[in-house]
Ligand binder design. Structure first.
Ligand code: PLP
Length: 394
């Protein structure tokens, strides 16, 4: 049988080429700031305005990547030594490692079975006098249950940070992902739905916070500041990506729905659906092996890959990662041991003994992902569905 050829992402074309040339011709490749306001003219400031309009927020600030954005946000919120941030263990490393970069302590709570995002009950159990913020991710473009998380953040007066790196264009109950918290960060990395090589954008309605982020971003504050600027190239590409976002999300959604239909009669696997009243944007389609599956994850992946279908496991939960084992791989500054910190993880054993049964079970035994970015379309999805059913013997 011929090997399936799965189309890759991104697909830059004439518009992207023109955007990059426009920057070169302008002679201004980095976003130069001035004292009066945010970056004047240029691609970065235009992208910021366009992204704010799309999201319906007051301020957007371009950064070099989302990792820088997450760090900048924590710094601007004044989160540091002695503080805890409750964060999902089911995410990319930088959602949590950025907390260590500020010498604060990440506290991993369990996830909700339905959304795979932070579970509000588990968040609440982990709140202490040291807690300053909650960092939530709408993973793989499946919206988190934002009502519940916002309720907890408000109840305990905590800052809510949305890492919306997978959810450009996602909606929960009529409101865009990235507009629920005090501040949100989006990745514009090459693999993301707005693909700019490396890039990121921070969005907020809080003008004071935006000003602080603006100053910290480019050596403009009395406090320790950074060079976390977005380049003009990256912004020029992101501007093109933004114009295509909704139509490309429609293709991802249609691909996911088609695969769900094909697999709907399987007794062994299902395509995960976004929570009710939400629009998921499928950074990846997540599939789940059911209790009756006669095959394990690795066997299914191996057999699918051998036929050219790029199924893969998703993340391993972060509380098992070496960065969060302070004895094996101590983070610089050892925030757990600082005399100003007296919280849950003071004895350094916290992450090793932590049990997060929902997300551990899902990651270890059930979840796999498939990228369905355009130009993947109905022909490829049909082939993918057939290969999966064939491997499952259905
Ligand atoms: C959920 C999430 N947050 C943050 C990041 C970091 O993004 P960047 O590569 O732009 O730093 C990623 C990257 O994959 C991610 O998936």
């Amino acid at each position: 049988m011929a090997l399936l050829k799965w189309p890759s992402w991104p697909n830059y074309g004439d518009e992207e080429e023109e955007a990059v040339l426009r920057v070169i011709r302008s002679g201004q490749l980095f976003a130069a700031g001035d004292k009066s306001g945010l970056f004047p003219a240029g691609e970065v400031s235009q992208f910021e305005n366009e992204f704010s309009e799309y999201l319906g927020v007051k301020h957007s600030l371009g950064v070099g990547n989302a990792t820088e954005g997450l760090h900048l946000v924590l710094a601007a919120l004044g989160i540091g030594i002695g503080h805890e941030v409750i964060v999902t263990p089911y995410t990319h490393i930088s959602t949590a490692s950025s907390i260590l970069m500020q010498n604060a302590v990440p506290i991993f709570a369990d996830c909700e079975r339905e959304t795979l995002a932070l579970c509000s009950k588990s968040i609440e159990k982990n709140i202490t006098e040291h807690t300053r913020a909650i960092s939530v991710v709408s993973v793989f473009g499946y919206p988190a249950n934002m009502n519940e998380i916002v309720r907890i953040a408000e109840k305990y007066d905590l800052d809510l940070i949305e890492d919306a790196s997978h959810a450009h264009g996602g909606i929960f109950e009529g409101k865009r992902i990235g507009t629920f918290g005090r501040v949100a960060v989006f990745s514009l990395h090459q693999a993301k739905a707005i693909s700019s090589g490396d890039g990121g954008v921070i969005s907020t309605n809080d003008s004071e916070l935006a000003t602080k982020i603006y100053r910290l971003r480019s050596f403009g504050d009395a406090e320790l500041s950074y060079n976390y600027r977005m380049t003009e190239f990256s912004a020029a590409l992101a501007r093109v990506g933004l114009t295509k976002l909704d139509s490309q999300n429609d293709i991802r959604i249609s691909n996911a729905e088609q695969l769900a239909t094909i697999l709907s009669n399987s007794g062994q696997i299902l395509v995960r659906k976004p929570i009710e009243n939400s629009k998921g944007v499928y950074h990846s389609v997540l599939m789940e092996l059911t209790d009756c599956a006669k095959i394990n994850l690795d066997e299914l992946i191996e057999k699918a890959n051998a036929r050219g279908l790029p199924l893969k496991r998703t993340w391993a939960p972060l509380h098992r990662h070496a960065h969060f084992n302070p004895i094996e791989a101590p983070a610089r500054g050892l925030p757990w041991c600082n005399p100003l910190y007296s919280g849950l993880y003071k004895d350094l054993s916290g992450y090793r003994t932590l049990k997060l049964p929902v997300i551990e079970n899902m990651c270890d035994h059930r979840l796999l992902e498939l990228l369905v970015n355009p130009p993947v379309g109905s022909i490829e999805i049909d082939q993918a569905g057939k290969i999966i059913l064939d491997i499952l013997g259905e």
